[in-house]
Write a protein of this length. Structure first.
Length: 477
């Protein structure tokens, strides 16, 4: 099979692709995805990956498995046309031999009643054959009903193969295989035994991050060996290749901007690791040089003209973050000088006055008069619809922003006069009805944005950095 080669817009091209999904979460689809990514990349196949979003954690594991970044495809945030455009453009630009899309939750789970924003909806939109992973631990022949249900439930998808996961006994596996192949007409392409060596540790947001899992690479290698030993990898590769051709869209190849001289500091460590690769790349495309900062083990703030503070798990590192007073003082000083800072979720928490976690209160940067508390259940969880009520350098008045949130934190304002930029039309944000705090050139909120649906974000950020570098007057108060 030939690798994808660029062709003129409107022409059809081969895009070998596959979705790995499951009827329900925690069935093993990520383990199978990682095993396939690792196996094919070890065989010299240029395989790239996507994750049905929103998701930050699984793409980190994907990258470790394949050596290539993993992009989110989110039908709710991006819409069908943009998902399709982003998918095929990346496949072509990266000259991918194979493209794997990992679903999220259950195959047909989604917000929309018609399932259009589910993994099945995405598979239908991109015409992805589906490799269905079933948890076979406590099932017998009745497991075939899960496949029949997946075949019948709209949106309709093509179940091209099944992998039985965590199967305990050979006899059990054989009954499951015969039932699926006879009653569903779908081949069973793998039977994976229960194996603690490939178990992926989970927490409230899904998997633990690769930064926290010291044996992450070992888990991935074990998953690849299990796939090779217990699956028909040749048949799985043919399933990739069975995907229909796709029409090549018009693709704009703009010349790279010359370096602007603007350096954006990106907090990237075990505490702050939730970043969309596209957001990072958009800053580079706008001419910024990125400087990565370790807030947990680092010793100060580099010479930068802006700071990007993503989400993550700062609560797991409050001791180290709070003890790094040199970094916090430097950040406070730069903020007062007018340096732009963009902070999401964990970044908002870090910029607050304090946070209480596990019975202890930690002093933090103190840019905003907020005291953070954590709860057993999520405070904000899901998609957000936001409307800007003010004009700032970050967002214009009336601008509509679509985003997502997932946080167990709530914020109590020490200053009763606190105001927020966004009216929350869907979601929770900071107060339940408002989100997005602004102080000087700092913007912080619980909302996670994706640059593809907020296209002016990176240019605004770099523009603010350029103004700060030039010593221009602070633009926001």
């Amino acid at each position: 099979m030939e690798d994808i080669r660029p062709a003129p817009p409107g022409m059809m091209t081969s895009v070998p692709r596959l979705m790995v999904s499951a009827p329900m979460k925690s069935s093993g689809k990520t383990t199978v995805s990682l095993g396939l990514l690792r196996y094919f990349s070890s065989q010299g196949r240029h395989i790239i990956s996507f994750k049905k979003g929103p998701d930050y954690i699984d793409p980190m594991w994907h990258r470790l498995a394949s050596g290539a970044s993993s992009a989110n495809l989110d039908p709710y945030l991006m819409g069908e046309k943009l998902c399709r455009k982003l998918f095929i453009e990346r496949c072509i630009r990266e000259n991918a031999a194979l493209s794997l899309v990992e679903g999220n939750h259950g195959l047909h789970d989604g917000m929309a009643f018609d399932g259009s924003d589910s993994s099945a909806g995405l598979a239908s939109q991109l015409d992805l054959p589906v490799l269905l992973v079933l948890d076979g631990r406590n099932a017998n022949r009745g497991i075939a009903s899960q496949v029949l249900g997946a075949q019948a439930m709209p949106p309709g998808v093509r179940i091209g193969g099944v992998i039985l996961n965590k199967v305990k006994k050979v006899r059990q596996a054989e009954k499951q295989r015969r039932a699926i192949e006879e009653y569903c007409g779908v081949p069973v392409l793998g039977i994976l035994p229960e194996d603690t060596a490939v178990a992926l540790p989970e927490r409230h947001l899904g998997l633990t991050t690769v930064h926290e899992q010291q044996d992450a690479l070992s888990i991935i290698d074990n998953a690849a060996r299990s796939i090779e030993a217990h699956c028909d990898v040749g048949a799985i590769e043919r399933l990739f290749e069975s995907a229909s051709q796709m029409e090549i869209p018009h693709m704009e190849y703009s010349a790279a901007r010359p370096p602007s001289g603007v350096r954006i500091g990106v907090f990237r460590d075990a505490a702050f690791c939730f970043y969309y690769p596209e957001n990072i790349e958009a800053l580079r495309e706008c001419g910024a040089e990125l400087v990565f900062i370790d807030a947990v083990g680092g010793d100060g703030l580099p010479d930068v003209h802006g700071v990007y503070l993503g989400g993550g798990f700062p609560e797991s590192f409050f001791g180290e973050l709070s003890a790094n007073t040199a970094l916090m003082r430097a950040l406070q000083q730069r903020v007062e000088e007018g340096m732009p800072v963009y902070a999401e979720c964990g970044g908002l928490i870090y910029l607050s006055r304090s946070a209480e976690y596990n019975g202890r209160r930690y002093p933090l940067v103190g840019i905003f008069p907020l005291d953070i508390s954590f709860h057993e259940r999520p405070v904000g969880h899901g998609y957000m619809e936001l409307r800007s009520t003010l004009s700032t350098p970050w967002f214009s008045k009336g601008e509509h922003v679509r985003a997502h949130e997932f946080h167990y934190a709530s914020a109590e304002a020490a200053d009763t006069g606190m105001s927020c930029l966004f009216e929350v039309q869907r979601g929770h944000g900071i107060t339940g009805v408002r989100d997005g705090m602004v102080y000087r050139n700092v913007f912080a909120s619980f909302a996670h944005l994706h640059v593809s649906v907020t296209p002016g974000w990176a240019e605004r950020f770099v523009g603010l950095g350029a103004a700060y570098r030039a010593g221009e007057t602070v633009l926001a108060e």
